[in-house]
Design a protein around this ligand. Structure first.
Ligand SMILES: Cc1cc2nc3c(=O)[nH]c(=O)nc-3n(C[C@H](O)[C@H](O)[C@H](O)COP(=O)(O)O)c2cc1C
Length: 150
Protein backbone atom coordinates (compact mmCIF):
# COMPACT_ATOMS: atom_id res chain seq x y z
CA UNK A 1 0.00 0.00 0.00
CA UNK A 2 1.22 3.48 -0.80
CA UNK A 3 1.18 5.31 2.53
CA UNK A 4 2.64 8.46 1.06
CA UNK A 5 -0.69 9.70 -0.25
CA UNK A 6 -2.70 8.63 2.79
CA UNK A 7 -3.98 11.77 4.49
CA UNK A 8 -3.81 11.72 8.26
CA UNK A 9 -7.20 12.70 9.68
CA UNK A 10 -7.11 15.52 12.21
CA UNK A 11 -9.55 15.82 15.08
CA UNK A 12 -10.58 18.27 17.75
CA UNK A 13 -12.57 17.61 20.90
CA UNK A 14 -15.22 20.00 22.18
CA UNK A 15 -15.59 19.38 25.90
CA UNK A 16 -18.79 20.75 27.44
CA UNK A 17 -18.27 19.76 31.05
CA UNK A 18 -19.04 22.20 33.86
CA UNK A 19 -16.34 20.54 35.96
CA UNK A 20 -12.95 21.35 34.42
CA UNK A 21 -11.06 18.41 35.92
CA UNK A 22 -14.01 16.05 36.26
CA UNK A 23 -14.96 12.79 34.59
CA UNK A 24 -15.38 14.10 31.04
CA UNK A 25 -11.97 15.77 31.03
CA UNK A 26 -10.39 12.61 32.51
CA UNK A 27 -12.02 10.46 29.81
CA UNK A 28 -10.77 12.74 27.04
CA UNK A 29 -7.23 12.57 28.45
CA UNK A 30 -7.42 8.78 28.43
CA UNK A 31 -9.02 8.31 24.99
CA UNK A 32 -7.32 11.10 23.08
CA UNK A 33 -4.10 12.05 24.89
CA UNK A 34 -2.61 13.69 21.82
CA UNK A 35 -5.61 15.51 20.38
CA UNK A 36 -6.42 19.17 20.66
CA UNK A 37 -9.35 19.79 22.97
CA UNK A 38 -11.36 22.87 23.84
CA UNK A 39 -13.30 23.35 27.07
CA UNK A 40 -16.38 25.43 26.39
CA UNK A 41 -16.35 26.61 29.99
CA UNK A 42 -13.15 28.57 29.24
CA UNK A 43 -14.94 30.69 26.63
CA UNK A 44 -17.60 33.35 26.69
CA UNK A 45 -20.49 32.09 24.59
CA UNK A 46 -23.60 34.20 24.81
CA UNK A 47 -27.07 32.72 24.49
CA UNK A 48 -28.50 32.64 20.98
CA UNK A 49 -30.65 35.66 20.17
CA UNK A 50 -32.84 36.18 17.14
CA UNK A 51 -30.96 39.30 15.98
CA UNK A 52 -27.74 37.26 15.98
CA UNK A 53 -25.94 40.26 17.45
CA UNK A 54 -23.49 39.64 20.27
CA UNK A 55 -20.99 41.53 22.44
CA UNK A 56 -17.52 42.17 21.06
CA UNK A 57 -16.06 39.75 23.59
CA UNK A 58 -18.33 36.86 22.60
CA UNK A 59 -16.08 33.97 21.61
CA UNK A 60 -18.37 31.58 19.70
CA UNK A 61 -16.90 32.44 16.30
CA UNK A 62 -13.39 32.06 17.69
CA UNK A 63 -14.21 28.42 18.43
CA UNK A 64 -15.80 27.83 15.02
CA UNK A 65 -12.78 29.34 13.28
CA UNK A 66 -10.63 26.82 15.16
CA UNK A 67 -12.92 23.85 14.47
CA UNK A 68 -12.96 24.36 10.71
CA UNK A 69 -9.24 23.50 10.61
CA UNK A 70 -9.99 19.87 11.55
CA UNK A 71 -11.52 16.91 9.69
CA UNK A 72 -13.39 15.44 12.64
CA UNK A 73 -15.13 17.06 15.62
CA UNK A 74 -15.66 14.97 18.73
CA UNK A 75 -18.34 16.37 21.02
CA UNK A 76 -17.78 15.28 24.62
CA UNK A 77 -20.54 15.92 27.11
CA UNK A 78 -21.40 14.76 30.61
CA UNK A 79 -24.99 13.57 30.94
CA UNK A 80 -26.82 16.15 33.01
CA UNK A 81 -30.47 15.20 33.53
CA UNK A 82 -30.61 12.66 30.69
CA UNK A 83 -29.35 15.20 28.21
CA UNK A 84 -26.30 17.07 26.93
CA UNK A 85 -24.86 19.67 29.32
CA UNK A 86 -26.34 23.15 29.12
CA UNK A 87 -23.00 24.49 27.86
CA UNK A 88 -23.21 22.08 24.92
CA UNK A 89 -26.82 23.08 24.28
CA UNK A 90 -25.90 26.78 24.27
CA UNK A 91 -23.15 25.94 21.77
CA UNK A 92 -25.62 24.03 19.56
CA UNK A 93 -28.17 26.85 19.71
CA UNK A 94 -25.47 29.24 18.50
CA UNK A 95 -24.89 27.00 15.47
CA UNK A 96 -28.07 28.71 14.22
CA UNK A 97 -25.82 31.71 13.43
CA UNK A 98 -24.00 29.50 10.96
CA UNK A 99 -27.07 29.13 8.78
CA UNK A 100 -27.95 32.82 9.23
CA UNK A 101 -25.61 35.77 9.60
CA UNK A 102 -22.51 33.54 9.51
CA UNK A 103 -23.60 31.31 6.63
CA UNK A 104 -20.32 31.62 4.76
CA UNK A 105 -18.40 30.32 7.77
CA UNK A 106 -21.02 27.62 8.27
CA UNK A 107 -20.40 26.28 4.78
CA UNK A 108 -16.83 25.51 5.83
CA UNK A 109 -18.18 22.97 8.29
CA UNK A 110 -19.94 20.93 5.61
CA UNK A 111 -18.62 17.40 5.15
CA UNK A 112 -16.83 17.29 8.50
CA UNK A 113 -17.17 14.10 10.52
CA UNK A 114 -18.63 14.17 13.99
CA UNK A 115 -18.59 11.79 16.93
CA UNK A 116 -20.11 12.09 20.39
CA UNK A 117 -18.92 10.70 23.71
CA UNK A 118 -20.63 11.01 27.07
CA UNK A 119 -19.85 10.31 30.69
CA UNK A 120 -22.57 9.51 33.21
CA UNK A 121 -23.12 7.70 36.50
CA UNK A 122 -25.91 5.46 35.31
CA UNK A 123 -24.60 4.65 31.83
CA UNK A 124 -28.18 3.56 31.20
CA UNK A 125 -29.05 5.74 28.25
CA UNK A 126 -29.51 4.29 24.80
CA UNK A 127 -29.00 5.62 21.32
CA UNK A 128 -31.90 8.08 21.64
CA UNK A 129 -29.55 10.36 23.55
CA UNK A 130 -27.62 10.98 20.35
CA UNK A 131 -30.65 12.00 18.26
CA UNK A 132 -30.08 15.79 18.51
CA UNK A 133 -26.48 15.28 17.38
CA UNK A 134 -27.46 13.03 14.47
CA UNK A 135 -30.27 15.28 13.28
CA UNK A 136 -28.16 18.42 13.60
CA UNK A 137 -25.39 16.72 11.66
CA UNK A 138 -27.84 15.79 8.88
CA UNK A 139 -29.25 19.30 8.77
CA UNK A 140 -25.82 20.88 8.47
CA UNK A 141 -24.46 18.30 6.01
CA UNK A 142 -22.00 16.88 8.50
CA UNK A 143 -21.23 13.18 8.61
CA UNK A 144 -22.36 11.61 11.89
CA UNK A 145 -20.05 8.69 12.63
CA UNK A 146 -20.78 7.41 16.11
CA UNK A 147 -22.01 8.08 19.62
CA UNK A 148 -20.70 6.24 22.69
CA UNK A 149 -21.62 6.35 26.37
CA UNK A 150 -18.87 5.85 28.97
C1 LIG B 1 -26.54 18.40 37.15
C2 LIG B 1 -26.20 16.94 37.00
C3 LIG B 1 -27.11 16.09 36.42
C4 LIG B 1 -26.81 14.73 36.24
N1 LIG B 1 -27.72 13.91 35.61
C5 LIG B 1 -27.40 12.62 35.37
C6 LIG B 1 -28.31 11.76 34.67
O1 LIG B 1 -29.39 12.15 34.25
N2 LIG B 1 -27.93 10.46 34.44
C7 LIG B 1 -26.72 9.97 34.88
O2 LIG B 1 -26.43 8.79 34.66
N3 LIG B 1 -25.84 10.76 35.54
C8 LIG B 1 -26.15 12.07 35.78
N4 LIG B 1 -25.24 12.88 36.43
C9 LIG B 1 -23.90 12.36 36.74
C10 LIG B 1 -22.89 12.79 35.67
O3 LIG B 1 -23.36 12.48 34.37
C11 LIG B 1 -21.55 12.09 35.83
O4 LIG B 1 -21.07 12.21 37.12
C12 LIG B 1 -20.58 12.66 34.81
O5 LIG B 1 -19.52 11.77 34.63
C13 LIG B 1 -20.07 14.02 35.25
O6 LIG B 1 -19.09 14.48 34.36
P1 LIG B 1 -18.22 15.78 34.71
O7 LIG B 1 -17.36 15.43 35.90
O8 LIG B 1 -17.42 16.05 33.50
O9 LIG B 1 -19.21 16.87 35.02
C14 LIG B 1 -25.54 14.22 36.66
C15 LIG B 1 -24.63 15.10 37.28
C16 LIG B 1 -24.95 16.42 37.45
C17 LIG B 1 -23.95 17.34 38.11
Amino acid sequence: MNLKNKKIETQIIINSTHNKDGNTSQLIKKLYPNSKSIKLIDYKIELYNYDEKYSDDDEFLLIINEIIKYDKIIFATPVYWYSMSSLMKIFFDRITDLIGTQEELGRKLMGKKIEVITTSNGNNLGDNFFLPFKETADYLHLEYIDGKHY
